[in-house]
Ligand binder design. Structure first.
Ligand code: GLC
Length: 508
């Protein structure tokens, strides 16, 4: 019988997202690789995270830098080999780190053999693996728009029909109403589960079900792209299918789904009744402005609108958005944001480089490569002071982020006051505090621009104070508290500097 008090590992974990092209290169081609990740695992252990999620490293023509997969069961040669992947999984496990891979079920690359076969003729046995339709009045079958611009259908001369792609034309959408597609993709999950991965981050999973009638979206929605709207009831049964498969493996394998829908009730629906995704990304915090009102609202709504059992997730950046520090405009706020992120109730996700306080790289127009304009946050990680920052080449695929001579892993490790040490201190605190990992969360009254909340679990307590204002603030405290970790040194537990944050523990 399951132990009622047992907490699965992923609820207690902090996950670190690796964008493999920019983590560390070892073979000199200017693009990061799996061996680079293996080489720096000890750094992640030193930092104190529990798991890594690695963005796609499968074979890909790289139209969307790996999110266009041409073989789900092989490693792209730029990243290494399957043997490297096996070694990396083993090396992570030896160090007590869990490893999640990124699975992209909504679409393949147009270079995937499945699509090549599907597009070859209307009578191909794989024709129905993708969404092919006749046009309407000389145009596409409906009015849907693709992410990154343009329409969501491309006409294919070879067979005179249109195919659907919610992203680039090089990313045709799979037809998940075809049981052969379901079976083939389940095989992909098995392939990686058999190799020992601890679970999957699932790319735009809310998009996989489609209404076969492909109705127009209402005109009042204008040119908005389909990805933020697509939400078909049939998706849920498909997700229950993955869940059963993943749960049939021992070792608490897990799933975290990317659901790009802007409201919590929709996000909540993807947890099902504990039979769909283990965790769902919630993008509200990522888009919340840096104000007390916005954060009070987000934290309050997550507490109220996610049903019991729907374990929340928290992320302040990823490979698709501007970095925290760039968005918030300064180091102080970025430090306070680290406190906010790592003291929430739910599993936090840290995007590589945020722990160094990196800003987006300034990428000249001539060097821009991403169709979605996301190059800045994907700049390579500087491991050491210049000129090549611990990489084999001084000029990797994208320019270095600003001030890389100071903001790099080695320099920050030597500086006890760095952002890197703040993250490490926060992670260590979270690890030793049951209240922070698993406890309840209650918002408390606090004056002015200070947001206050208390975490509690079995007698362990923490009070978190975040000052969103430009002036030092004093918070009257009930009882006697001491600073456990603060974003900046502060004179007293209740006195928080401008754009500062502190975690207080009851004084013994
Ligand atoms: C997700 C990924 C993004 C990618 C898109 C298409 O949103 O995070 O990087 O471009 O899916 O796969």
């Amino acid at each position: 019988m399951a132990d009622a008090g047992h907490v699965p590992w992923w609820r207690d974990a902090v996950v670190y997202q690796i964008y493999p092209r920019s983590f560390l290169d070892t073979d000199g081609d200017g693009v990061g690789d799996l061996r680079g990740i293996e080489r720096r695992l000890d750094h992640l252990v030193w930092l104190g995270v529990d798991a890594v999620w690695i963005s796609p490293f499968y074979r890909s023509p790289m139209a969307d830098f790996g999110y266009d997969v041409s073989d789900y069961c092989d490693v792209d040669p730029r990243f290494g080999t399957l043997a490297d992947a096996d070694r990396l999984i083993a090396a992570a496990h030896e160090r007590g780190l869990r490893l999640l891979v990124d699975w992209v079920p909504n679409h393949t690359s147009d270079q995937h053999p499945w699509f090549a076969e599907s597009r070859s003729s209307r009578s191909s046995p794989k024709r129905d693996w993708y969404h092919w339709r006749d046009g309407r009045d000389g145009g596409p079958p409906n009015n849907w728009r693709a992410a990154f611009g343009g329409r969501a259908w491309t006409f294919d001369d070879a067979t005179g029909q249109w195919y659907l792609h919610l992203f680039l034309p090089q990313q045709p959408d799979l037809n998940w109403s075809n049981p052969d597609v379901v079976a083939a993709m389940h095989q992909v999950l098995r392939f990686w589960l058999d190799r020992g991965v601890d679970g999957f981050r699932i790319d735009v999973v809310h998009c996989i079900g489609k209404d076969p009638a492909f109705p127009d979206q209402p005109a009042q929605l204008g040119e908005i792209d389909r990805v933020g709207i697509q939400n078909e009831p049939t998706t849920h049964e498909l997700i229950r299918g993955f869940r059963r498969l993943v749960d049939s493996y021992p070792g608490e394998r897990t799933t975290v789904g990317e659901v790009n829908l802007g409201d919590l009730p929709s996000i909540a629906s993807f947890y099902g009744r504990g039979d769909e995704l283990h965790m769902v990304f919630n993008f509200l915090p990522l888009h919340a402005p840096w104000t007390k009102a916005a954060w009070q609202d987000v934290i309050g709504r997550v507490a109220q609108e996610l049903p019991t059992g729907a374990w929340p997730t928290w992320a302040l950046s990823n490979h698709d958005v501007r970095r925290i520090r760039t968005r918030l405009g300064g180091e102080d706020a970025a430090r306070a944001a680290a406190v906010l992120l790592l003291t929430q109730r739910g599993t936090p996700f840290v995007y590589q480089g945020d722990e160094l306080g990196l800003e987006d790289a300034v990428v000249p127009d001539t060097h821009r490569v991403d169709p979605g304009g996301r190059d800045g946050c994907r700049a390579p990680l500087p491991w050491e002071p210049g000129p090549s920052h611990g990489w084999p080449t001084p000029s990797p695929w994208l320019p270095w982020p600003p001030e890389a001579d100071a903001r790099n892993a080695a320099s920050e490790r030597d500086d006890g006051a760095s952002m890197l040490h703040l993250y490490r201190d926060l992670l260590a605190m979270r690890r030793r505090s049951a209240a922070l990992r698993r406890g309840s969360l209650h918002l408390r009254d606090a004056p002015g621009d200070v947001l206050a909340y208390e975490r509690e679990c079995g007698g362990d307590r923490r009070m978190v104070l975040v000052n969103f204002g430009d002036r030092e603030a004093e918070v009257p405290l009930e009882g006697s508290w001491a600073v456990d970790v603060a974003s900046r040194p502060q004179p007293q537990p209740g006195v928080v500097p401008a754009h500062g944050a502190a975690v207080l523990a009851p004084e013994r």
